[in-house]
Design a protein around this ligand. Structure first.
Ligand SMILES: Cc1cc2nc3c(=O)[nH]c(=O)nc-3n(C[C@H](O)[C@H](O)[C@H](O)COP(=O)(O)OP(=O)(O)OC[C@H]3O[C@@H](n4cnc5c(N)ncnc54)[C@H](O)[C@@H]3O)c2cc1C
Length: 482
């Protein structure tokens, strides 16, 4: 076979990539294609930061491809139509791509397979996004898992796939044949706002550097440091995994190498806990693939009857980071400035929205999708439903985070708050977690006036906690009676 299209979607890398590997094994020439799909690009859920990050990562992979005499062919339109016409123009025998599991992706890919099948063209999809595909983790009952721990045990028991080794000699097949040198490609769009960069450049090389740096040392203390929001105790690889600048397989095997070199039991624990987070990612994909309704609906219908208050003023204060609870506001500022938020604070702000402000988790889920570089439907919905208490394997609804206690525990010196809320930078640690405990004299003395320099709390946590318990309890009772 002479030519195949390699359709890139969220696998923007030239190493350990199943679709690229099989394309290079099967064809003489492989043409890399990215389709600007209006359904995704115009979606309200793909905004500023992640869109800019995507465009920059396309520029980066285009530059990498050029080193092999190739380039990214960019087209716009409905993927089935665009890919068909590109096959006709280039003489390609078909297309290879890596599978994705969101309801939209599944429907889009089925349309491509149908259209290609009707014309006897190849449309091959490959397992790549996960270490084990959703239906590859067996359960005793045969039904999908809705609890993480048994899923993890079954997942761990499976033999792990090796990374795909793609050599430079193989990549030579990416070179465009002379007769296709003028194959039309749209310019990679420029985003209206630049991608926030504190997390690092959106490139495969940066993802590899980050992983290498993480497994060299921080991984060994991951279990001790991962919840400390002011420290860099986690890998910050999520945006890279989101766009496939690195594969979960590569991360897993790197972690196993680190484990083999670990000095003691504690260091091995660090590695194992980190791998267990990768397994959460796999778990939430399994949930997404097997229970697609959970994307927009409560996984547990018992909570459909919750009477959310959805006060627009509360929602606006939460979105703008002015609730008067510093850890919540600091986290929202981190998100708005960098496109990333620490996992501990994701849980705190999500709990605060649902259980202190009594707002439907779907408002928060949408806001996160609009701002997170790693915004990913499986993990985001999973994280939100877990925190709201409506999802698979959810924290019970009566477990309600106290934002002040969480802040004292996981940011003991208040450094995370000071970094993201400069207005509070000069507060001593005894006031940083709850500035509303300052007297008027304290405020004068410290030069920070509540209501002017930083908001007073928009709700009282204790009172809202009681309200939330009543709200969830009533919904559950109504369901139990029905
Ligand atoms: C309300 C809420 C929303 C979230 N939304 C997203 C999202 O849109 N996209 C996203 O990738 N993660 C999401 N998470 C999960 C988690 O917060 C991030 O994956 C993590 O903070 C990324 O940081 P890291 O790369 O340093 O992770 P590390 O701690 O280094 O973990 C390594 C990798 O494991 C995966 N992972 C870690 N924790 C989780 C988790 N709890 N659930 C699923 N996968 C996990 C990620 O791919 C991560 O990059 C959400 C969590 C909550 C509570």
């Amino acid at each position: 076979m002479t030519r195949l299209l390699w359709w890139l979607r969220r696998d923007l890398r030239l190493n350990d990539n199943a679709a690229l590997y099989y394309a290079l094994m099967r064809a003489q020439h492989v043409l890399p294609v990215f389709v600007l799909d209006p359904t995704l690009l115009n979606a309200d859920r793909l905004r500023g930061a992640r869109m800019a990050w995507l465009f920059e990562s396309l520029r980066a992979i285009d530059a990498s491809l050029r080193a092999y005499g190739s380039r990214l062919i960019v087209r716009e339109g409905s993927p089935d139509q665009v890919l068909l016409s590109l096959c006709a123009e280039s003489g390609a025998a078909g297309v290879i791509f890596n599978r994705d599991y969101s309801p939209y992706a599944a429907q889009r890919d089925a349309a491509v397979k149908r259209a290609f099948g009707q014309r006897s063209l190849i449309a091959q999809d490959c397992a790549d996004l996960l270490i084990h595909e959703p239906n590859a983790v067996p359960s005793k009952s045969g039904s999908p898992y809705d609890v993480y721990s048994p899923f993890r045990r079954a997942w761990e028991a499976l033999p792990k796939p090796d990374p795909y080794t793609i050599t430079d000699a193989m990549r030579a097949k990416l070179g465009l044949p002379a007769e296709l040198a003028n194959l039309h490609s749209l310019p990679i769009p420029i985003a209206e706002q630049p991608a926030p960069q504190p997390i690092g450049a959106p490139t495969e090389a940066e993802a590899q550097r980050r992983l290498a740096q993480f497994i060299a040392a921080p991984i060994y203390r991951y279990h001790e440091r991962r919840d400390l929001m002011a420290e860099d105790g986690t890998s910050a690889l999520s945006p890279y995994l989101r766009f496939g600048m690195i594969s979960a397989r590569t991360c897993y095997h790197a972690a196993q190498q680190a484990r083999a070199a670990a000095a003691d039991e504690s260091a091995r624990k660090g590695v194992d806990v980190w791998v267990s987070e990768i397994v959460w990612r796999e778990f939430y994909y399994q949930v997404l693939a097997r229970y697609p309704h959970s994307v927009r609906h409560n996984f547990r219908p018992a909570y459909d009857a919750v009477q959310w208050e959805d006060d627009p003023a509360h929602l606006a204060a939460w979105r703008e980071g002015r609730t008067g609870y510093p850890v919540v506001d600091a986290a929202i500022h981190q998100l708005l400035h960098t496109g990333w938020m620490h996992n501990r604070t994701r849980m705190i702000v999500a709990s605060f929205l649902c259980k202190d402000l009594l707002c439907d988790w779907r408002h928060g889920e949408r806001f996160f999708m609009q701002h997170l570089l790693d915004g990913d439907v499986a993990n985001n919905v999973g994280g939100w439903q877990w925190t709201a208490g409506t999802g698979t394997d959810a924290a019970p609804y009566f477990r309600i985070f106290n934002p002040v206690a969480q802040s004292e525990k996981f940011d003991p010196e208040g450094n995370y708050i000071r970094r993201w809320l400069p207005a509070l930078a000069k507060l001593p640690t005894k006031f940083i977690h709850a500035p509303f405990t300052m007297s008027a004299a304290d405020q004068r003395h410290l030069g920070v006036q509540l209501g002017r320099d930083y908001p007073l709390p928009i709700v009282d946590h204790g009172a809202q906690r009681e309200k939330a318990l009543r709200m969830y309890g009533a919904a559950k009772q109504a369901k139990d009676k029905a």
